[in-house]
Design a protein around this ligand. Structure first.
Ligand SMILES: Cc1cc2nc3c(=O)[nH]c(=O)nc-3n(C[C@H](O)[C@H](O)[C@H](O)COP(=O)(O)OP(=O)(O)OC[C@H]3O[C@@H](n4cnc5c(N)ncnc54)[C@H](O)[C@@H]3O)c2cc1C
Length: 401
């Protein structure tokens, strides 16, 4: 079995790692000349920690990621009073079988890149075309000097992100829906941030039509900030386009002054317009399948995009472990059958937060805040962080799924 993974992001590298561990021959084709990530934080939720720990990366993750004491700490915009908070630590391990972390994306990618044997990754190879003939798939690739090459595989996994080249060969997709929102992102040195922002807590401030998220990353040396506001005329869907710090500051001028202090300590910000995708009709066509954002790009409000990519990788490796070139297409359908309902639920759940997080000031917002204050923090995230992927994997390993 020769598997080609297109894309060396968090999803593609995890897939390569788990397939290699499962004894499957795998090659990653990445368009960039080096493996790199945007400068931003990410929540590494228990449903991502468990598969990474099973792959032997638990201790390495704990080296650089910040273990959360509190998650989903919702605060009122005017004065920072706490509306809702989920205690993590021992409670999190008891409920979900793992800790919850926050990390710098680049650190996470480095951890995966170190774990995947170097010879499995081909850099500077951009996929431009795919052709399958029922027995195998031919990939056409191009490097930065414009040289074209081809490769052949029994299975192709499109882990090539939100603007996937593999996806149109599998399924027709509807155009993305503009959410009307945009996000600012910054990393602030810890020594310049107010002390509230340094706690191992994922904090979310809710206010009129906006929300503001922060948590420490890189062993507590930086504070990651994501602020979601009405987009105005901004339509650029890119994680690397600069925004203006003064525009960000103006959005939160009337909020608790600690947010203004945090923004003032940033040296730059990125700004991107947020588009929403609906679940695809299918992920697989013959010997080609999709994984991660290529399969289920979602709004970031549940912090689950990469977590779902890792769940995908774990299940795909389980499905392909025993497959042969003759049974590969059935194994891919099995993967889709297990993963698509779960990932679609999370995708739609993320969309559901769009309205809840962005209510105008008034009675609806007060009702939401009262609901949060009366919510059950311990049960709130069971559906996200719970055990269903492991259950599927155990059944598969026993050969009963
Ligand atoms: C603001 C924000 C906050 C987020 N927060 C969280 C969070 O807290 N927790 C979480 O789990 N998720 C979060 N996410 C989602 C998460 O970032 C994504 O779901 C995740 O990065 C998807 O990984 P991927 O490997 O599928 O795609 P990508 O990371 O996009 O990787 C795709 C790779 O494919 C390569 N590629 C693309 N096209 C080609 C081609 N033609 N040929 C070869 N290579 C190609 C790219 O160069 C890239 O390396 C967040 C997203 C955003 C925008």
């Amino acid at each position: 079995m020769r598997v080609a993974v297109v894309g060396g992001g968090l999803g593609g590298l995890t897939t390569a790692l788990l397939l290699d561990r499962a004894g499957v021959e795998v090659t990653v084709y990445e368009q960039a000349g080096e493996l790199r990530e945007v400068g931003a934080g990410i929540i590494v939720a228990p449903n991502m920690v468990r598969p990474l720990t099973r792959a032997g990366l638990g201790e390495r993750l704990a080296d650089f990621a910040v273990r959360l004491d509190v998650a989903w700490e919702m605060r009122r915009w005017q004065d920072g009073s706490v509306l809702f908070a989920q205690r993590m630590g021992a409670e999190c391990r008891r409920l979900y079988g793992a800790d919850c972390y926050v990390a710098h994306r680049a650190d996470l990618l480095t951890m995966l890149a170190e774990a995947v044997p170097k010879e499995l990754v081909r850099l500077d190879r951009r996929l431009t075309g795919l052709r399958q003939d029922g027995r195998e798939v031919e990939l056409t690739l191009i490097d930065s000097a414009g040289r074209e090459s081809t490769a052949v595989a029994d299975v192709v996994v499109g882990a090539d992100g939100i603007h996937s080249t593999v996806r149109p060969t599998v399924v027709a997709e509807a155009p993305p829906r503009f959410s009307g929102l945009c996000a600012y992102r910054c990393l602030v040195p810890a020594e310049a941030a107010p002390s509230l922002m340094l706690r191992p807590a994922q904090t979310i401030w809710l206010g009129p039509g906006r929300h503001f998220v922060h948590y420490p990353v890189s062993g507590g040396r930086l504070v990651n900030v994501v602020a979601v506001v009405p987009a105005g005329e901004w339509r650029i869907e890119s994680w690397t386009t600069d925004g203006r710090l003064e525009d960000l500051a103006a959005e939160f001028e009337t909020w608790d002054p600690r947010l203004g202090q945090l923004i003032a300590a940033a040296s730059e910000t990125k700004r991107w317009a947020m588009y929403d995708r609906s679940p695809l009709d299918r992920w697989t066509d013959g010997r080609v399948t999709l994984l991660g954002d290529a399969a289920h790009a979602m709004l970031p409000f549940l912090g689950q995009g990469a977590c779902q990519a890792v769940e995908d990788a774990a299940v795909l490796a389980g499905c392909l472990r025993e497959a042969t070139p003759e049974t590969a297409d059935r194994a891919l359908l099995r993967y889709e059958e297990i993963r698509k309902p779960r990932a679609s639920q999370v995708q739609l759940g993320s969309r559901g937060r769009e309205a809840v997080n962005h209510l105008p000031d008034g009675p609806e917002q007060r009702k939401r805040d009262e609901g949060l204050a009366n919510g059950d923090p311990l049960r709130q995230n069971a559906w996200l962080y719970g055990h269903e992927v492991e259950t599927e994997l155990v059944l598969m390993e026993k050969g009963t799924a």
